[in-house]
Design a protein around this ligand. Structure first.
Ligand code: AMP
Ligand code: ZN
Length: 469
């Protein structure tokens, strides 16, 4: 299995630190708003990487953080006149809902920066003790030149970087020993959340949180560290400096970075204002179409341009797969158990060949676009070969293979069962009875069950009204 490692700029054979195990850390979102579909790209891509490792039999420990203390969160909290925690909790819930809709599995652990402050203070103290960091007026800086390998991930030379930095004076950071030094801890300003520390009441810098959370939940060395390519510099470069200076060991063996999701060939970003939230797109297309678009549209390292045409193409492609799955499912109910014909034996061999083709694409640095092509071949083959007279074993194997391969990509290739109006009415009646009996837990359970199936209830004076979302 080959993975492209940003650290070496080559595709390398994947060899885990420990046999049968993968420890991976994926930088998560800063939670101050609904995520846009660009933010969803790393979530979907690396969830697929995880699913593929699991299919290959690895035990994957997957950690992804929530950055819940940050200037943008504080700004939003001040605008709304609420606490920073209220903002971050609101959007953590929203991200979790978006992830569920996109069929992104919850991480093994989802640490939050604000709950890991002690660990950050410890690591910063270690860095100070080792001469890699220093304090000035309550701020602690990383002494970038003390780390010899600085620039190894981004392939930047520290002197060139410094030349570019010389004229840039960051307000309040004139006290730094060197313009290349970066903040590990900063004192609070009026109205900001803060924590006590040996240096000042303040809060951590962004980079230190990932070094600390990765070490706490995965250990000093991990197999894979991942995120969008904009994180290579400075975020991941600084994480390497902090972690390796602290632990004296290589931090992550492989560094994986996804390309940008663009719109009109420009990066989709909140600051540019050219973005769609996952929710906005979810109102126009089923969520699985968005996931399918991300995986079929381009290799994860390449840029991917978002457009209505490509989403329509993804929708049609997915529909073709779902129709084939539904067809074999229907055949399965009626098919008889009988010996395989010679043609069916050959069909089963072809299924295995296409499974191998799928695996070969995924083994080549997770080429999901090619893996999807193998699924389309499988769809075509199934549509032409499977018929009313097919044996049970053949249709079952076709169904099993289609759903297996789609599942590795996190695509549920079955039509969602729609609730009939009568079923909805019956559940509403049960909810009314539960409420009369003051069994509110059951009443809420029914409301949520309906919501999951896209039915929204509205309690009015005339009784309960419902609609399909
Ligand atoms: P942020 O909340 O900005 O830290 O972003 C969370 C994750 O989304 C990071 O891994 C970013 O690299 C990634 N990301 C942000 N914008 C895009 C985009 N337009 N395309 C792909 N990935 C993105
Ligand atoms: Zn990070």
């Amino acid at each position: 299995m080959k993975v492209y490692n940003t650290l070496t700029r080559t595709k390398e054979e994947f060899v885990p630190l420990e046999e049968g195990k993968v420890k991976m850390y994926v930088c998560g979102p800063t939670v101050y708003n609904y995520i846009h579909i660009g933010n969803a790209r790393p979530m979907i891509v690396f969830d697929t990487v995880r699913r593929y490792f699991e299919y290959k039999g690895y035990d994957v420990n997957y950690v992804s953080n929530f950055t819940d203390v940050d200037d943008k969160i504080i700004k939003k909290a001040n605008e709304e006149g609420v606490s920073a925690t209220e903002i971050s909790e609101r959007y953590i819930q929203a991200v979790k809902e978006d992830m569920k809709n996109l069929n992104v599995k919850p991480a093994t652990t989802h640490p939050k920066a604000t709950e890991e402050i002690d660990g950050m203070i410890d690591m910063i103290q270690t860095l100070i003790d080792k001469g890699h960091a220093y304090e000035k007026n309550g701020t602690v800086y990383f002494r970038t030149r003390s780390f010899d390998d600085y620039g190894k991930l981004s392939k930047k030379n520290i002197d060139d970087l410094e030349a570019g930095h010389r004229d840039i004076k960051v307000a309040g950071e004139e006290e730094k020993e060197d313009p290349m030094d970066f903040v590990l801890w900063k004192p609070k300003k009026e109205g900001e959340p803060s924590w006590p520390s040996p240096w000042s009441d303040g809060r951590p810098g962004w980079h230190i949180e990932c070094s600390v959370m990765s070490k706490k939940y995965l250990g000093e060395q991990i197999d894979i560290h991942a995120g969008g390519e904009d994180l290579i510099f400075p975020h991941h470069e600084n994480e390497i400096a902090q972690s390796e200076a602290t632990n004296g060991k290589e931090f992550s063996k492989y560094w994986l970075h996804n390309g940008f999701l663009n719109i009109d060939n420009k990066k989709m970003s909140k600051s540019e204002g050219n973005f769609f939230t996952v929710r906005e797109i979810g109102e126009k297309y089923p969520y699985e179409v968005l996931r399918f678009f991300m995986l079929s549209g381009a290799h994860y390292r390449m840029p991917l341009n978002f457009s209505r045409e490509l989403m329509e193409a993804a929708k049609n492609g997915l529909e073709r797969i779902v129709t084939a799955v539904e067809k074999v499912k229907g055949l399965m109910e009626k098919a008889e158990e009988k010996p395989l014909t010679a043609e069916e034996k050959e069909f089963l061999t072809e299924l295995e060949r296409l499974n191998e083709k799928f695996d070969a694409a995924m083994d080549d640095d997770f080429n999901t676009a090619d893996a999807v092509s193998a699924i389309f071949e499988l769809v075509k083959l199934t549509n032409t070969r499977m018929k009313e007279s097919s044996s049970k074993e053949a249709v079952e194997k076709a169904y099993g293979k289609l759903t297996l391969l789609c599942g590795i990509l996190g695509i549920e290739a079955e039509r969602k069962e729609e609730l009939l109006d009568a079923d909805v009415e019956a559940l509403i009646e049960e909810r009314q009875t539960a409420r009369k009996n003051r069994d509110f837990a059951r009443a809420d359970e029914i409301r949520n069950e309906l919501l999951e199936k896209g039915i929204v209830l509205e309690d009015t004076r005339e009784g309960v009204r419902w609609k399909r979302a």
